[in-house]
Write a new protein. Structure first.
Length: 165
């Protein structure tokens, strides 16, 4: 296995994000809810990056059933940033049942993609993985990726509006 400078930097970034998330998730001083939200944000980014790294390095070719563990996580980035912004701005911020509706797209997409992917045979899963490694994405994946980006952008704009008020 040949390790490039890019691989080393990727691993360092993942490690730093994991370390920072662990620190924030175990921090008991300060605003606990803010630390928790930011820690989860960094944790999910690191898992998403790790998933991408393992895909590019071919790890999933021999373990196709493990692939995609972080593929739906970008749907959590926007809501976590938005709730983190709320928790920093408002002293009495707390989660309500209604807040969890923001995470519904993640649950729906994750359940749908896992059902689709795990329903394939091993050869079907390997075909999907080789297509992803060579950057050949079906149209539906491109559309979903664009919608995820738009969703994140909407949450960032909503967070900036909160800050500007």
């Amino acid at each position: 296995m040949k390790i490039s400078l890019t691989d080393i930097l990727f691993i360092l970034i993942i490690f730093q994000l994991l370390f920072l998330s662990l620190y924030l998730l175990t921090q008991e001083k300060g605003k606990r809810i803010s630390n928790l939200l930011l820690g989860l944000f960094f944790l999910f980014i690191s898992i998403n990056l790790l998933d991408f790294f393992l895909l590019q390095e071919g790890f999933y070719i021999s373990n196709p059933q493990l692939a995609g563990m972080g593929s739906c996580l970008p749907l959590l980035f926007g809501p976590l940033i938005y709730f983190y912004t709320n928790s920093v701005i408002y002293k009495n911020f707390s989660f309500s049942l209604r807040n969890f509706l923001h995470f519904l797209p993640f649950l729906v997409l994750c359940a749908g993609t896992e059902y689709y992917y795990l329903g394939k045979s091993n050869s079907g899963q390997e075909k999907i993985l080789s297509d992803f490694r060579s950057h050949h994405f079906p149209l539906l994946i491109s559309i979903i990726s664009t919608l995820i980006f738009i969703q994140f952008l909407i949450y960032v704009i909503a967070s900036l509006i909160l800050v500007s008020r």
